[in-house]
Design a protein around this ligand. Structure first.
Ligand code: NAD
Length: 464
C-alpha cells in the first residue's frame, strides 16, 4: 500500500504537526519502502481530543450497532487480506504464506469474535436487589509492537470498540504501514469519526505522550517488560487503568509418556514461526534425561527444514538481529552446546539469524532465563516431574507453555501446576476466544474473548 503522510484523526487523514518522518525498511533486503510521519505530543493531543469528543455517542450506541460495525470491519479485513499480507511481508519480512495464514487470517477471526461478543455479551445483569451495568472505561491509549503488527492492534481495538470505548493507537515504529491500512479499514467499515484514531511515531515521544495524557482513561500496552514497567508506573501515578502484555520464556514440557517425535517437531515449529518473534513461543524444551539424546537428534533434524530466506524470514531490524546474535554468543560462552545454527548471519543481506538449537542448557543460563525473541531453542534435561515443574516455573515470566503426555489427564495435571496463563495440551489448537495474558512479570490483564472485553468495561450497580 501507499503510505499516508498524515495522521488518521477524527475520521480523516490530517497533516502531522511536525516535519520529522520515520523511514520504513524491508528487513529482508534492507531497502526503504516508505516514510510515515513521526508524531509529536501535539498530534497525540489532537487525537485524544477527537476520541474524547466521540466517546459519549459511541458509548451510547446499542451493542447491536457496535456489533454491526465490527462485523463490517472483519469483512474489510477479509476482503483486503492479500494487501494486508503483502504489507506485513514488506515491513516485517514474514514469509508470504505465514503472512496470509497468520498475520492476515488471525485478525479477521478476532474481529469476527468481537462482532459476535458485542451482540451477545451481558452488559447488564441482576445481582439480588441490584442491576449491574458494564459500562465502557472511556478513551483507550493503545501501544502496540511489531511482531504481529495487525493482530496486536485488533486484539486491543476490537474489544475496546465492542465495549463502547474510543481509541488512539500508537503502533510500533517498524510496522506503521499495517497500522495505516487498519485505519483505512475502520473508515471503510463505517466507524463514526473519532472512534478510532492513529498517531504514528516513536515510543519515547508519541508513545510516552499517549501513555501520560490526562484524557486517556486506560492504557493498553504490548511490548518489552522494561517499557511496560514504565507505563505501569505512569498509569499507577495517575490512577489510570492499565493492561500490560509483556515478555515470555515459555516451557514446552515433554513428559516421558508423550509422542516424543511429534512433541519435538511441533515444538521446533512453534519457536521458528515468525522468526522466533513471538512472546508466547515455547523457547525452552524440557525433556526427561532418558529421552534427552533422542530429542536433541530429532530437534536438529527438524530445524534443518527452516531455511533462512525461504521458510524463515529475517528479524525485524538490525538491532534485533544484533541482540539475538549476542544471545547466541552468550549461550556458547556459558557452555551450552550448539547443535544447529550459530551466531553467524546466514545471508549477506537482510537481518537474518540462523535457526539455532542449543543442547545441554541448564536452567540458570542466560539463554534459559531471558527472552531472546529470535529463532533460538534451548533444550533442557530434567530428572523427574517435580524437577520439570521447578524448571518450567523457574523464570520471572509466565505467559504460555505446552505439556505433552500419553494421557491427556496426566498432561492436564501437570499444566495445572504451571505458573502461566496459557498451556497447550498435546498440541492443542489456537483459540481466538481463549484469554491470553501473563502470570508474574509477563503482564497484567488478559486479551481475547470475553475476558479481553472485560478489560475495557467498568461496573456500575444500582440498588432497588
Ligand atoms: P518496546 O517495548 O520498546 O516497543 C513496544 C511499543 O512501545 C512500540 O510501539 C514502541 O514505540 C512503544 N514504546 C517504546 N518506548 C516507549 C515509552 N517510553 N513510552 C511509551 N511507548 C513506548 O519493544 P521493542 O524495542 O520493539 O522490542 C524489544 C524487546 O521487547 C524484544 O526483543 C522482545 O523481547 C520484547 N517484545 C515483546 C513483545 C510481546 O509481544 N510481548 C513484542 C515486541 C517486543
Amino acid at each position: 500500500m501507499k503510505p499516508h503522510d498524515g495522521m488518521y484523526i477524527d475520521g480523516e487523514w490530517r497533516p502531522a504537526a511536525g516535519q520529522e518522518t520515520i523511514a520504513v525498511l524491508n528487513p529482508a533486503d534492507e531497502q526503504v519502502i516508505g516514510h510515515v510521519p513521526a508524531g509529536t505530543p501535539e498530534d497525540v493531543d489532537l487525537a485524544v481530543r477527537a476520541a474524547r469528543a466521540a466517546f459519549p455517542a459511541w458509548a451510547a450506541t446499542a451493542p447491536a450497532e457496535r456489533a454491526a460495525r465490527l462485523a463490517a470491519l472483519r469483512d474489510v479485513l477479509v476482503t483486503r487480506k492479500d494487501e494486508i499480507a503483502e504489507t506485513v511481508t514488506a515491513e516485517l519480512g514474514s514469509p508470504p504464506q505465514f503472512s496470509q495464514l497468520v498475520h492476515a487470517g488471525v485478525p479477521a477471526l478476532v474481529a469476527g469474535s468481537y462482532a459476535e461478543l458485542a451482540a451477545t455479551y451481558a452488559f447488564e445483569e441482576k445481582v439480588g436487589n441490584s442491576t449491574v451495568f458494564s459500562e465502557p472505561v472511556g478513551v483507550v491509549g493503545a501501544i502496540t509492537p511489531w511482531n504481529y503488527p495487525l493482530h496486536q492492534i485488533v486484539a486491543k481495538v476490537a474489544p475496546a470498540l465492542a465495549a463502547g470505548c474510543t481509541v488512539v493507537l500508537k503502533p510500533a515504529e517498524d510496522t506503521p504501514l499495517t497500522a495505516q491500512l487498519f485505519a483505512e479499514a475502520t473508515q471503510e467499515a463505517g466507524l463514526p469519526a473519532g472512534v478510532f484514531n492513529l498517531v504514528t511515531g516513536i515510543g519515547t515521544v508519541a508513545g510516552q505522550a499517549l501513555a501520560g495524557h490526562d484524557g486517556v482513561d486506560l492504557v493498553s500496552f504490548t511490548g518489552s517488560t522494561a517499557v511496560g514497567r514504565q507505563i505501569g508506573a505512569v498509569a499507577g501515578a495517575a490512577v489510570k487503568r492499565v493492561a500490560l502484555e509483556l515478555g515470555g520464556k515459555s516451557a514446552n514440557v515433554i513428559l516421558p509418556s508423550a509422542d516424543l517425535a511429534k512433541a519435538v517437531n511441533v515444538g521446533v515449529a512453534n519457536v521458528m514461526g515468525n522468526s522466533g518473534q513471538t512472546c508466547s513461543a515455547w523457547t525452552r524444551m524440557l525433556v526427561h534425561r532418558d529421552q534427552y539424546d533422542e530429542a536433541v537428534t530429532l530437534a536438529a533434524a527438524a530445524v534443518a527444514k527452516y531455511v533462512p530466506g525461504e521458510r524463515v524470514g529475517p528479524l525485524v531490524n538490525a538491532k534485533q538481529q544484533a541482540r539475538v546474535r549476542g544471545y547466541i554468543e552468550k549461550g556458547v560462552d556459558e557452555g551450552a552446546r550448539l547443535v544447529a545454527g550459530g551466531p553467524e548471519a546466514p545471508l549477506a543481506r537482510g537481518y537474518f539469524v540462523s535457526p539455532t538449537v542449543f543442547a545441554d542448557v541448564t536452567p540458570e543460563m542466560t539463554i534459559a532465563q531471558e527472552e531472546i525473541f529470535g529463532p533460538v531453542l534451548s533444550i533442557l534435561r530434567y530428572e523427574d516431574e517435580d524437577d520439570a515443574l521447578r524448571i518450567a516455573n523457574g523464570t520471572v515470566y509466565g505467559l504460555a507453555g505446552a505439556v505433552w503426555a500419553g494421557d491427556e489427564a496426566e498432561a492436564v495435571a501437570f499444566a495445572r501446576r504451571m505458573d502461566t496463563g496459557q498451556v497447550d495440551i498435546n498440541g492443542g489448537r489456537f483459540n481466538p476466544r481463549a484469554p491470553f495474558g501473563g502470570y508474574k512479570q509477563s503482564g497484567v490483564g488478559r486479551e481475547l474473548g470475553s475476558h479481553g472485553l472485560a478489560e475495557y468495561l467498568q461496573t456500575k450497580s444500582l440498588q432497588f
